[in-house]
Design a protein around this ligand. Structure first.
Ligand SMILES: *Cc1c(COP(=O)(O)O)cnc(C)c1O
Length: 371
């Protein structure tokens, strides 16, 4: 699905120098590299505060901890997403309230969101799935009317830009109160291990989240909050600082691969190509097709036989997962998410796809689908 080796080889010298610098200084934790990367990312995103943490799941958890919510408070989450989003809500004793998604964009459905708001709702967590921002203008409006926090899960969408109707262009994760991202190796900005970050323009929340990520400590050995230990290490920061310079270029590579797929599949009535939102750029964390009357398992097997990986993101929506299934939800509650889980298929998508590879993949997909 990804080709991290060839991506590394192209920037090997810079990465190796950066890692060696960390080794030479032995500042493995909270070293200067982490500060440098933090400031470069703040500039890139045009956001006041970036708080580097250990991974994307921690980023979400620390962000939620900073909001001062009480057990039983409700947090709205799309049901068609990666589990981490719901996990942290449940772990903190908050109540995840699931809502359906939009068939075209895979992102949170505004209608479903509106219907889920109750007096206990405290926050909305839109997930910018597969690399395209959710309808943030509508979400922020709803949040304002109902006095809710907006916590963006930008783990798949770093570098994607959203355009508001007044023309303002804002980076993914920098529109709501807090944004979270992951630097897991296969993410659009990936390191060589685990990593994550939190974004905010709110000084107070930034200070609190920085403290929570560091054992709730503001002044050394004085703990003002219940915290956690969640740090981005210096070696990961050194890798990310090099790769950040290429992030826009990487997005262009992904977009070109997506355009190739679109052109090949656009004319086939058994395949629905990913819809583009008018308001958001798409950085293609995934290229996800919807299959129409196609034997998905058969297609997947056909591709695997040709050494082409193809994955189902995500096969089971959150409301039907064992850990989250409760009396509130049953099969049929979120028909769009359930339909998507039954028909999506993601193809290889990364920065190193060659024309030959794309031709080989599209030829083999079409061969099976049109037979
Ligand atoms: C990857 C991902 C996460 C979690 O990030 P980790 O760094 O793996 O903890 C959370 N939400 C979404 C949507 C993701 O894709």
């Amino acid at each position: 699905m990804v080709d991290l080796k060839n991506q590394y080889l192209k920037i090997q010298d810079q990465i190796n120098v950066g890692i060696q610098e960390v080794i030479d200084t032995t500042a493995f934790i909270k070293g200067e590299k982490v500060n440098e990367f933090q400031h470069h990312l703040e500039n890139y995103l045009n956001v006041k505060h970036v708080i580097p943490v250990a991974n994307g799941t921690d980023a979400l958890q620390i962000a939620l901890m900073a909001l001062g919510l009480k057990p039983g408070d409700e947090v709205i989450i799309p049901t068609f997403t990666f589990i981490a989003t719901a996990e942290v809500v449940a772990l903190l004793g908050l109540t995840p309230v699931l809502v359906d998604v939009d068939f075209d964009t895979f992102n949170i459905s505004i209608d479903s969101l509106k219907k889920a708001i109750t007096p206990k709702t405290k926050a909305i967590v839109p997930v910018h799935l597969f690399g395209q921002n959710a309808d943030m203008e509508a979400i922020l409006q709803i949040a304002k009317e109902n006095n809710l926090y907006v916590l963006e899960d930008a783990c798949q969408s770093i570098g994607s830009e959203y355009t508001f109707s007044d023309g303002r262009q804002v980076q993914s994760g920098c529109m709501g109160d807090i944004g979270c991202t992951s630097f897991f190796p296969s993410k659009n900005l990936g390191c060589f291990g685990d990593g994550g970050a939190i974004f905010t323009n709110n000084d107070e929340l930034a200070e609190k989240m920085r403290a929570i990520a560091n054992h709730g400590m503001v002044v050394r050995y004085y703990h003002d909050f219940v915290g956690v230990n969640s740090r981005l290490d210096s070696i990961q920061a050194a890798v990310l600082d090099v790769k950040l310079k290429y992030l826009d270029k990487y997005a262009v590579s992904r977009q070109s691969a997506a355009a190739f797929y679109d052109k090949a599949f656009g004319g086939c009535d058994k395949l629905i190509i990913p819809a583009r939102s008018e308001k958001s750029t798409h950085v293609f964390h995934q290229y996800t097709l919807k299959l129409v009357d196609v034997d998905r398992e058969g297609l997947q097997k056909h591709l695997v036989d040709k050494e082409i990986p193809a994955m189902i993101y995500y096969p089971v929506p959150l409301h039907l997962q064992k850990a989250y299934a409760d009396t509130r939800y049953q099969s049929g509650d979120f028909p769009v998410a359930e339909k998507l889980s039954g028909c999506v298929l993601s193809l290889p998508m990364h920065t190193e796809l060659t024309k030959d590879q794309l031709e080989y993949i599209t030829k083999n997909v079409l061969e099976f689908v049109e037979k």
